[in-house]
Write a protein that binds this ligand. Structure first.
Ligand SMILES: Cc1cc2nc3c(=O)[nH]c(=O)nc-3n(C[C@H](O)[C@H](O)[C@H](O)COP(=O)(O)OP(=O)(O)OC[C@H]3O[C@@H](n4cnc5c(N)ncnc54)[C@H](O)[C@@H]3O)c2cc1C
Length: 429
């Protein structure tokens, strides 16, 4: 029997919701199961980057984003007195991708935006407040199943995939405050990594009135009084509403493999990393951007199913690299607390750090494997599929893909071939 749906998605967190919107955009008949009725009310992620903003732009959310995002002012490592030890070198490349490199936001607002986007698609059936059925039933219902059911994924368990420890396991207290007045108390404008021997901490000046602290806890420590932890920041209970103070274990875990038959793991179900670079949710959204156009190519255009194996081979090395960076960024707090002179040697700035698919050979040198630049909202004028971006109108494509002339987006080549996810697959010099 032909399954009634092309895709079944389990979970409507940020990963599943981005998958569902992209399936909507690509015309894939999709069924979504989400056990909760409303988005998770507490913020977890509060940072996203240019690539993610661009994915959201592609999904038609640009107008909402102007209200939901604040450009981040950067990240400092400071000592216990708040004195700067080291500034994490920004890799701001705006307007390379058409967006700033770093934004802060309030996750439930972004989750609500993503859910609202699904209403426009008649071919996306969302079952809220419903546990996903058994894996057998899911596989009968849809040709492909996406497990976006989070860190404790049942689907991952059912397909027998294990998580590997990448070597990070710490207990931290996450504190969220909604402040009454954005200018009082005066708090730092940059993200602060506090390298204080007596208590490692992170502060994030988030979007709107949301402020986030994370405090390192000893494994057996009783959770301390939150207001005492906030006192050195000049924050008292008069300044705002304590939304939550919850202990988390920050992990670095990787599932292997990410594909079993027609089931794909994505987001936290496939990988988890400590939050010091603010990349966990971003990674799940990259998973969706990488896989959905390939599903459409197989389902609508009859491409070989083997194309879908490139999901893991392209995404996994990137997630591993970002996880390693996140572990290093977290470990640096303790190192600098022990020895404030142990500042890392400045790397040569790498403006394309995030724009690459590391370890991936798409068959050519730079800029192959990098993201297509986006001058002047270039994406808005591009067709959804593959497209040549050429320096001038004399370019003749070696295939039947359409051509758009935009010399500022070719990295100096005569033309570049952009995939539907706006990564460059070929370049002509
Ligand atoms: C303190 C903290 C700070 C963080 N900061 C950042 C940051 O700044 N930037 C960043 O990018 N990331 C950050 N992260 C990571 C980020 O929050 C997660 O990576 C992201 O939320 C994972 O999204 P997801 O959709 O994969 O999973 P989830 O958000 O966990 O969603 C899974 C969904 O699946 C549903 N579900 C589960 N099982 C079933 C079932 N059987 N049937 C139906 N539905 C089911 C759940 O109800 C849930 O809605 C942070 C995390 C923490 C804890």
């Amino acid at each position: 029997m032909t399954p009634a749906y092309d895709v079944a998605i389990v979970g409507l967190g940020p990963t599943g919701a981005t998958f569902a919107n992209l399936c909507g955009m690509w015309g894939l008949r999709t069924i979504v199961y989400e056990q909760s009725v409303a988005p998770y009310p507490q913020p977890r992620a509060c940072h996203l980057d240019a690539e993610i903003a661009r994915v959201f732009q592609h999904l038609g959310f640009e107008d909402q984003l102007h209200d939901l995002l604040t450009v981040s002012a950067g990240m400092d490592y400071v000592d216990g007195a708040g004195q700067q030890i080291f500034t994490y070198e920004g890799f701001e490349r705006a307007p390379l991708l058409g967006w700033h490199e770093d934004y802060v936001f309030v996750q439930p607002e972004i989750d609500a935006m993503l859910r609202s986007g699904l209403q426009q698609y008649g071919h996306i059936d969302v079952h809220l407040g419903e546990q996903a059925p058994s894996l057998d039933e899911l596989c009968q219902t849809a040709r492909y199943v996406i497990a976006a059911d989070g860190a404790t994924s049942k689907v991952r368990e059912q397909v027998g995939v294990h998580l590997h420890d990448l070597g990070y396991d710490e207990r931290w207290l996450v504190v969220d405050l909604t402040i009454h007045d954005p200018v009082e108390p005066v708090l730092p404008s940059t993200i602060q990594q506090v390298c204080d021997r007596s208590r490692l901490a992170t502060f994030v000046p988030s979007h709107g009135r949301h402020r986030r602290w994370e405090f390192r806890l000893a494994d057996d420590e009783v959770v301390p009084d939150v207001w005492r932890l906030l006192a050195p920041w000049g924050v008292t209970s008069d300044h705002g509403v304590l939304e939550r103070a919850v202990g988390y274990r920050f992990h670095a875990l990787m599932a292997s493999p990410w594909r079993v038959g027609n089931v794909f793991l994505a987001g936290d179900a496939a990988h988890q990393m400590p939050p010091f670079m603010g990349q966990g949710m971003c990674s799940g959204i990259r998973d969706a951007a990488n896989l959905v156009w390939k599903l459409a190519a197989v389902i609508h255009d009859g491409n070989d199913d083997a194309l879908l194996d490139s999901y893991e081979s392209e995404r996994r090395p990137h997630v591993e690299a970002v996880t390693k960076l996140s572990i290093e960024a977290g470990s640096l707090l303790a190192q600098l607390a022990a020895d404030p002179t142990a500042v890392p040697v400045a790397d040569t700035p790498d403006p394309d750090r995030w724009s690459r698919l590391p370890g991936i050979d798409l068959g050519g040198d730079f800029p192959v494997g990098h993201q297509l630049p986006q001058p002047d909202r270039l994406d808005e004028g591009l067709p959804d599929g593959w497209v040549w971006i050429a320096t001038d109108e004399h370019f003749t494509a070696p295939d039947r893909h359409p051509i758009v002339v935009e010399p500022r987006a070719t990295y100096g080549c005569i033309a570049v071939l952009a995939r539907p996810d706006r990564y460059i697959a070929a370049a002509i010099r």
